[in-house]
Write a protein that binds this ligand. Structure first.
Ligand code: ATP
Length: 348
């Protein structure tokens, strides 16, 4: 009897709290797919649903209510769907990244066998700074309708933190090279500081190859010779643009996951948005959120389950008989999620 209580106590003590924020549009559809797969594993997780996004704004008057921030801050990890932006209102995901200090955004770019794409041999990682740059959202009207300015904030502290994070991730993933992308020939102060800090940090990692390119050249090379990249580290806006560009090379937004990592929290989300054009049709591709879920499980040290999801997603794409329309198939979101689950069972 005592042992049973002890076990129960340990189970509760080790229970991970997960905030689930489906958001709007296809965010809600793909989140159901993620929960379906998570439920299968029956992990020791305590799930807490929270609201954010445009629908939430209509309901509560806020795109990201305090209650949601409270739930997120009490969690070990947060799984986020997608939101539709609301004019003149705070962006929930930018607010979450800032409030949770998840300064490092990881965007793996991997080719999948069976997916028709421009390249089929890609495997690199984009590491995006998440807390500053033009996303400081510090804009000012100098002259109404004539002149407006946006401040780009780059600090030594955040640049150092993201570059260190990129080098550590390079080691963790047994990668070999880090490329910094910037525009220091034009933005001499801001991007100049980023570049300088990158090479200062690089001195602590002598076994890792380093290089830097202007961001325009980087975006060209991502299209013309992406195989040269292993890890790209860059500031906020460049990272956003480069990762969408790179997603286009490996089968589109329906396949690209991301993780936002800080000292205390991990926030995981597909790179795609709420896709209002297909929302409600149940044809959204769930692979991006399933791979984000896999990243979350790996972050929480559930490596076995994380790998199973990743492998099962690859298998479904390789077999190619259950695909959503964005990949040329006719399957519904839940059918593809079910195919992933069937493959998980087969692989176990
Ligand atoms: P938002 O303003 O919310 O970012 P958006 O339409 O501008 O929405 P996305 O939501 O990322 O941007 O969608 C861009 C395109 O990619 C759309 O045509 C959308 O249908 C498609 N798309 C995005 N995610 C998926 C997905 N998971 N499955 C299928 N198609 C997708």
């Amino acid at each position: 009897m005592f042992r049973r209580y002890t076990n129960k106590f340990l189970e509760i003590k080790n229970m991970k709290k997960i905030a689930i924020i489906p958001g709007d549009g296809i965010g809600k559809e793909v989140m159901k797919a993620a929960q379906y797969v998570l439920d299968y594993f029956d992990l020791n997780f305590d799930y807490n649903n929270a609201l954010a996004g445009r629908e939430c704004f209509y309901k509560t008057g806020s795109t990201i209510p305090d209650e949601t921030l409270k739930i997120a801050k009490k969690s070990d990890a947060i799984l986020f769907g997608a939101i539709t932006s609301t004019p003149n209102q705070k962006s929930p995901i930018v607010t979450l990244r800032k409030e949770l200090e998840t300064y490092g955004n990881l965007r793996p770019i991997k080719s999948f066998k069976g997916v028709k794409s421009i390249y089929n041999d890609l495997d690199f990682l984009i590491v995006r700074e998440n807390t500053e740059g033009l996303y400081s959202q510090d804009e000012e009207i100098i002259e109404e309708d004539e002149k407006v300015i946006a401040k780009k904030i780059i600090t030594k502290k955040a640049s150092k933190r993201i570059c260190e994070f990129a080098f550590k991730q390079t080691i963790k993933e047994s990668r070999k090279k880090v490329t910094a992308a910037h525009k220091s020939n034009v933005l001499k102060l801001t991007d100049g500081l980023f570049k300088k800090t990158f090479y200062e940090v690089a001195k602590d990692y002598p076994n890792i190859e380093t290089e830097d390119y202007y961001v325009d050249a980087t975006s060209l090379y991502i299209v013309t010779m992406p195989q040269i990249f292993d890890v790209i580290v860059t500031e906020n806006l460049y990272g956003d643009i480069l990762s969408d560009e790179a997603a286009g090379l490996v089968g589109g937004l329906g396949l690209t996951p991301s993780g936002n990592i800080g000292e205390k929290y991990g926030l995981f989300e597909p790179v795609h948005g709420s896709a209002p054009d297909i929302a409600g049709k149940h044809i959204s591709n769930p692979i991006a959120i399933l791979l984000s879920t896999s990243m979350m499980l790996s972050y929480l040290k559930y490596e076995y389950e994380a790998k199973l999801i990743e492998k099962a997603c690859s298998e479904v794409l390789r077999k190619g008989n259950v695909l959503t329309p964005d990949l040329g198939g006719k399957a519904k979101t839940y059918e593809m999620a079910d195919a992933v689950l069937c493959n998980i069972r087969e692989l176990e």
